[in-house]
Design a protein around this ligand. Sequence first.
Ligand code: HEM
Length: 370
Amino acid sequence: MRFAGPIIGMPFSLEGFAFFTEAIFLGVYLYGWDRVSPRAHQWAGVAVAVSGAASGIFVVIANAWMNAPTGFEVVNGQVVNVHPIAAMANAAALPQTLHMTLAAYAATGFAVAGIHAFLLLKDPANAFHRRALEIALLVGAPAAVLQPLSGDLAARHLARHQPVKLAAAEALFTTQRGAPLTIGGLPDVATGETRFAIKIPYALSLLAFHDPQAEVKGLDAVPRELWPKVSAVHFSFDLMVGLGSYLALVALWAGWLAWRRGDLAHNRWLMRAIALATPMGFIAIEAGWMVTELGRQPWVIYGVMKTRDAVTPMPGLIVPFLTFTLLYCFLGVIVGWLLYRQILRSPDVPEWRGFYMPAGSREPGAASGG
Ligand code: HEM
């Protein structure tokens, strides 16, 4: 931050504004059900959604700058000609913010849908879970279908601006024309080969440059000491893409059934597939960040500063590190417990129907007499 603060501090401040806006309106939303008008309450919900997305976007812009640093010059070791807006408008900002925002909607939508699908397997007529599944899928499914497209945009950005990261993600050791797509396998840095992998000829050149003969830079484009940990990046990338493909296919399946006016909740295979997807979006998010962060190593600011030069020179760093790790584990357990309580308390059908459904409205549970 000492080096980069003046250049890329702005999106962090903006994130702070967005975060506090979110916190304020979340308070109004949670505690205002009976205290403000229904319209004001609804707008408070909209403000939470917009500011929540904005705070995510601002902090990812700061991360994107570490991948594609712009908006400054280094003269004699000093940072000069700082342009914070140019730094924010860096080349990685659009592909990364788009990809991460969709990832958030896909992961959250499918996590919520998965829990309701699991409960619908036991009670397919429950109106509360049927409605909740619909809402969760309306958020998660379009995002999951768009996610591979935004991933493609991100990968094409890598091919041009961070070729070493793409080479590691694809375990491509040598620069070549007509480069294949490498799925799975064990990359061996010593021999420069990836054993047991499935290779689709020309596919990487086609995906990265829309030309099957295009040249894709391999790891050999840079000296060995500038390689990231190839196997970790390749495995994370495959995991993200594999889970993303699953989510997109399930989303298309659910969309197709809904379009044909099918009864999603009574389709047990679909419910199982959605229930299985519950953690997948979040695992894909973690894998995605592994690709982005491990793939940039040994740089913390790509091409400008090495990670080893950015480490805080502080003795006993292990103590705050362990404290924060334990604190977050503790908070994680509490969140898990609260969510579990919330799920147990979900209303049964009569309560939902009597409380929320006006007489004569369409009742999803009615068909099966639930
Ligand atoms: C299905 C095909 C997918 C492709 C081709 C793809 C591609 C990529 C690429 C190339 C990156 C590196 C970007 C960079 O470092 O600049 C990335 C990062 C990332 N991916 Fe994916 N991805 C896919 C699916 C998913 C899914 C399903 C999720 C989560 C639900 C996800 C979450 C992430 C996250 C959180 C990052 C790091 C943040 C970012 O760069 O936006 N990805 N992905």
